[in-house]
Design a protein around this ligand. Structure first.
Ligand code: BDR
Ligand code: CA
Length: 311
């Protein structure tokens, strides 16, 4: 089987952790790099979390790189109210001896993409600061990547970090807008899709019963978000934002999307970080992405349970 080559840029973050667990388990994927960016918590936590997660998932040979410590413009925005001060809600992972590679994330991403032109899928599930930096430093990078799958934005649903904006886009609107304008082949996985991409408490219990430390960690940590997801998204279960983007990279047939134009508001105070798209409008512009807005939830849940059974 020709494996899908993945480079994962993340800000772990509990659902980033879940995405890494799934990617590491997937026989159809080969992870060629992981980079950490400041987001859910500062880089001083996301980087150690990425290192610990790669060790926990037997990805010891996969290089881990440090990315941006702050957005292109403005103040750092965090989401410790969901992810805890350490990014993993206080859950500890087994000790390890891994260290980050000295190369910055943007250099490493460019080198990896140039080594496999047209073959690398970048899965970006944190603020897009490092990705925008990489695109700005290496203008050939968008064309070298097979695809960029982004968890970010809220198109036709309310935001989760402001009434208008989703967290990853609000954390660095300028970076998100730069990536959308980059010419890269983009798939956007916004809240419109991810709020439908959840596991019920019963499915999480089925996962826990699989018994591996990785399955129990996933089920436990994501299970803790069930009350928050009920209150904020009105669903019976744990929303899996970042795993949804990862699953799209591996199994696009699970999702429904459409080619459309998308942009991000960077100026207005009330709507800063808001994703705007013509996907649901008659006023069409030239498409620059595929916007995902629905998922076959039962098949999504089955695929996740199958992947976690690989541990
Ligand atoms: C996104 O924001 C973060 O809190 C999650 O890790 C996810 O990437 C959801 O809005
Ligand atoms: Ca994330």
């Amino acid at each position: 089987m020709d494996k899908k080559l993945l480079f994962i840029d993340c800000d772990p973050g509990i659902d980033d952790a879940a995405a890494l667990l799934l990617a590491a388990a997937a026989p159809e994927a080969e992870i060629i790099g992981v980079s950490a960016v400041a987001g859910n918590v500062p880089l001083e936590h996301t980087l150690p979390n990425a290192l610990a997660l790669t060790a926990f998932t037997h990805l010891d040979a996969v290089p881990v790189y440090a990315g941006a410590t702050r957005p292109l413009i403005g103040e750092v925005l965090t989401a410790a109210y969901v992810h805890g001060m350490d990014g993993l809600r206080g859950h500890t992972l087994p000790p390890h001896t891994r260290t980050a590679c000295p190369e910055p994330a943007w250099t490493a991403l460019h080198r990896a993409a140039a080594a496999y032109p047209g073959r690398v899928t970048l899965v970006a599930v944190g603020p897009l600061t490092s990705v925008a930096t990489a695109f700005s430093l290496h203008p050939d990078l968008p064309g070298l990547l097979k695809q960029v799958v982004i968890m970010g934005g809220a198109a036709a649903v309310p935001g989760n970090a402001s009434p208008a904006a989703e967290f990853n886009f609000l954390a660095d609107p300028e970076a998100a807008e730069a990536v959308l304008r980059s010419g890269a082949r983009l798939a956007l996985c916004p809240l419109d899709a991810t709020e439908k991409a959840y596991l019920t408490p019963e499915e999480l219990e089925t996962m826990a019963v699989l018994g591996s430390p990785q399955a129990r960690f996933f089920a436990q940590v994501m299970g803790e978000t069930v009350p928050w997801c009920r209150d904020n998204y009105g669903i019976h279960g744990a929303t899996l934002h970042d795993p949804a983007a990862l699953l799209y990279a591996l199994h696009p047939e699970l999702f429904t999307g459409k080619a459309c134009w998308a942009g991000v508001e960077t100026e207005a105070q009330l709507t800063r970080g808001k994703l705007f798209t013509d996907a649901f409008s008659d006023a069409k512009k030239d498409p620059n992405c595929t916007l995902l807005y629905d998922v076959d939830r039962p098949a999504f849940a089955r695929t996740i349970l199958d992947l976690m059974a690989c541990y």
